[in-house]
Write a protein that binds this ligand. Sequence first.
Ligand SMILES: C[S@@+](CC[C@H](N)C(=O)[O-])C[C@H]1O[C@@H](n2cnc3c(N)ncnc32)[C@H](O)[C@@H]1O
Length: 247
Amino acid sequence: MLQPRERHRADLARTLRLAKAFRLERTRPEYFYELLARDTVAQLARYADLSGATALDVGAGPGFFTRELRRAGARCAGVDLDLAEITAHGPPPEGFVVGSALHLPFGTGVVDVCFSSNVLEHVPSPWRMAEEMVRVTRPGGLIYLAFTNWLSPWGGHETSPWHYLGGERAARRYERRHGRPPKNRYGRTLHKVSVADALAWARRNPKVRVLDALPRYAPSWAKGIVRIPAVREVLTWNLALVLRKTA
Ligand SMILES: C[S@@+](CC[C@H](N)C(=O)[O-])C[C@H]1O[C@@H](n2cnc3c(N)ncnc32)[C@H](O)[C@@H]1O
């Protein structure tokens, strides 16, 4: 079994490895997402013992992270709203649930670890989703919530970097060039979420304590970026919030 607790090294080589793999996201998605899931679960395992833990992967898509959480020893369920996403790479892992991150179909305090990768920016009410993740986590449990913030160089997803000129404009430009609208449509399936708002939500939430706020893919020495207003919105790229449920 993977023992990521000792293995995760957030050095520059790892950042370059992820960046190189990302170039294959379209042509070899399985390769990229399996690598990212391995890396992310190893990162998560620095904060929680996953062996035997009950986990939930919110907005799980085809389940790359669910599978990796299981490989790390967790009993993990996945939930996603969109059946097409769930089955995009073949049958989903067993125990998948179709449901909304905004109304998680799970009881209160039932999981040890509530996990989500790159979903928050796709829901119209991000803080409602975040509150739902807190709700289903048991007191003392861990919440790992990672997302691409809007002013990240990848904030507009496939319309990047033109989102810096406006989300609608970027979508129109994409459609002109590709003859079809982007999959991630600004204002419908892609929304503006900032690093500042995420930190403010977490810090003023009495039900959680912030254990860490990381530029997810960056080397550990670049962690201080998230403390610099404005600069953090561009350089963080993808924020990973690690929270402990207190009550
Ligand atoms: C960019 S994909 C990320 C999938 C997966 N977490 C990953 O990183 O590979 C965003 C996912 O969020 C899901 N999603 C969007 N809105 C949702 C909602 N309200 N409830 C549950 N899932 C949602 C989409 O169906 C999609 O699978």
